[in-house]
Design a protein around this ligand. Structure first.
Ligand code: ZN
Length: 448
């Protein structure tokens, strides 16, 4: 794509700026990956034109929780109807057979799937490193696609022999974990505005690492100036485990070990009580809400309305493809909106508020003010949705994006790069990637 381009004559631009401006017949001018003008009737001699007639334009969506490696284990029979802990025990032995190629190819597939659903920034939580796999494999995949990535270096240190859930072959020593966290932060983390790669520190969950590793991870993250992420309060089993093992609720446990603050975000938080929601609001702790995964595993409906009303930063996450099993972020937004409405009433979550959570909200959770909205000076992460095709034909308002469709973008720009054009990923050979993914999945199925 030309270094300067003009998105012209969009039906509506939802800017998600501080005034939540909506611009009819709107244009966006981009130069060198940054938005330089937003308005009507814009003109630039130098600019290549992108005709946006018939399109709704939104900021690129932000995904705050994923395990990209799991796109190789969708719809695994033994895990289809299991509860969380049983689900994990079915999948661990399969994941133990993964290596670097599995990590890279499944990340490519997951990232492409996200891009096609309008997502321009994703976080990833990789907490197992069998057979020479490294966080580097996922970073390479994101660089190949051109996706903005917050890669978190996950970890598990308590194996079966020590009373934990994962097999011993999937856990690492706490010393190795902390050393590799330092390595990947020093190698990949970019703290600057417009960063394409940031790194975070992310023990898998309070039930797969020790109290010491939770605490040391927080100290390391703060020393390095990076963010922290984990799973918290996912379901009733999770709360019971916390009460039994730690003698306190997950929110208290997090607070005690330094796991609250604006540099922390927790996935799920389905079972937070009102005191824990108040704690998160007071401390600026973020939440990655993963509605499809919560439905799939029967975990419950997270109190998103209550969190938002209390002032908690909430973003959306598709979660891994072993528990969704799709990775479509706009579908996730629709599901999140519907779940708040089925539990609280149709007036309790509007399509516009949910689109805000999916864009600006996710950016806040990841500690970024340079993305998630379309205004001058922000990065050019822009999604164009064709509202003239079958899914949205006959719609009266931009709310149709969540109430009707489409579920695939027409165009997606990330840092001004044309990553999706005519609803196809432009940056990698998608056919070959899917072929390799299918071959790897078949080999895994044969081994079970
Ligand atoms: Zn997860």
């Amino acid at each position: 794509m030309h270094r300067c381009f003009l998105i012209r004559n969009a039906d509506v631009i939802l800017t998600m700026d501080d005034d939540r401006q909506e611009i009819k017949g709107g244009d966006i001018l981009v130069r060198d990956g940054v938005i330089t003008a937003v308005g009507q009737g814009l003109y630039d001699d130098d600019a290549q034109i992108v005709d946006a007639q018939g399109c709704l334009v939104t900021p690129g969506l932000v995904n705050t929780h994923h395990h990209l490696y799991q796109t190789l284990t969708r719809a695994v029979p033994g895990a289809q109807d299991a509860l969380l802990f049983g689900w994990l025990k079915t999948l661990y032995p399969i994941w133990a057979g993964f290596g670097p190629e599995h990590m890279r190819i499944s990340a490519l597939v997951g990232l492409a799937e996200l891009a096609l659903s309008g997502c321009s920034t994703t976080s990833d939580h990789l907490y197992l490193y069998p057979n020479g796999a490294r966080l580097d494999d996922t970073v390479e995949a994101a660089q190949a696609i051109g996706m903005r990535l917050h890669a978190t270096r996950g970890s598990m240190s308590i194996g079966e022999s020590a009373g934990g859930l994962p097999p011993d072959s999937l856990v690492e020593s706490e010393e190795d974990i902390l050393n590799d966290c330092i390595r990947v932060i020093d190698t990949f983390h970019d703290p600057n505005p417009g960063a394409m790669i940031r790194v975070g520190v992310a023990p898998c969950s309070p039930f797969s690492v020790s109290r010491e590793l939770m605490r040391d991870s927080a100290i390391l993250a703060r020393d390095k100036g990076v963010m922290m992420h984990t799973h918290l309060a996912e379901n009733d089993e999770d709360i019971a485990y916390s009460l039994e093992k730690f003698g306190m609720r997950p929110g208290q446990y997090a607070e005690e070990l330094g796991w609250t603050g604006p540099d922390v975000w927790h996935a799920h938080c389905v079972k937070l009580d009102v005191d824990e929601v108040a704690l998160f609001a007071r401390t600026g702790t973020g939440v990655a809400h993963c509605p499809c995964s919560n439905c799939r595993l029967g975990s419950g409906i997270a109190p998103v309305r209550g969190m938002r009303d209390a002032g908690v930063h909430v973003g959306l996450g598709v979660d891994g493809s072993a528990s969704n099993d799709t990775g479509n972020l706009i579908v996730e937004a629709r599901t999140a909106m519907l779940l708040q409405r089925v539990s609280l009433g149709a007036d309790k979550m509007s399509p516009r508020e949910m689109l805000e959570i999916a864009t600006r909200g996710g950016a806040e959770v990841l500690g970024r003010d340079d993305i998630g909205r379309l205004e001058v000076g922000k990065r050019a992460d822009i999604a164009l949705w064709d509202m003239s095709d079958i899914e949205a034909a006959g719609s009266w308002d931009p709310a149709a994006l969540l109430l009707a469709g489409p579920t695939r973008v027409r165009d997606l720009f990330i840092e001004g790069r044309h990553v999706v054009a005519d609803s196809r990923v432009t940056t990698i050979d998608m056919g070959m990637t899917i072929e390799t993914q299918t071959r790897l999945a078949k080999a895994l199925i044969e081994k079970v």
